[in-house]
Design a protein. Structure first.
Length: 94
């Protein structure tokens, strides 16, 4: 026969008390000697020096050229926006 139940409750349904167990700790003998931290051997990589950040900037001229051909308009009775080419702007309100 298999009986299903909870370990935290008795057979009558009353919640059992929590029993606390004691941790056994080892006693340390002798003085504390700190260990040296592990340091791996790596090459020296210096930080970027100077004020020239031109190499870090992205070239956005192509993106600006493509986006100038389109416009964004709210869709009728919708929450989303639609991207429309400059030639089809006259058809937005129809």
């Amino acid at each position: 026969m298999i009986v299903q139940g909870s370990v935290n409750h008795s057979f009558s349904g009353r919640k059992r008390g929590v029993t606390k167990s004691r941790k056994i700790t080892k006693k340390r003998t002798g003085a504390y000697v700190p260990s040296t931290p592990y340091r791996r051997e790596t090459k020296d990589y210096p930080s970027l020096e100077g004020g020239s950040y031109g190499a870090l900037k992205k070239d956005t001229t192509e993106q600006a050229e493509i986006s100038s051909k389109f416009t964004v308009a709210p869709a009728y009775n919708k929450g989303a926006y639609q991207v429309i080419s400059k030639e089809d702007i006259k058809h937005i309100g129809q």
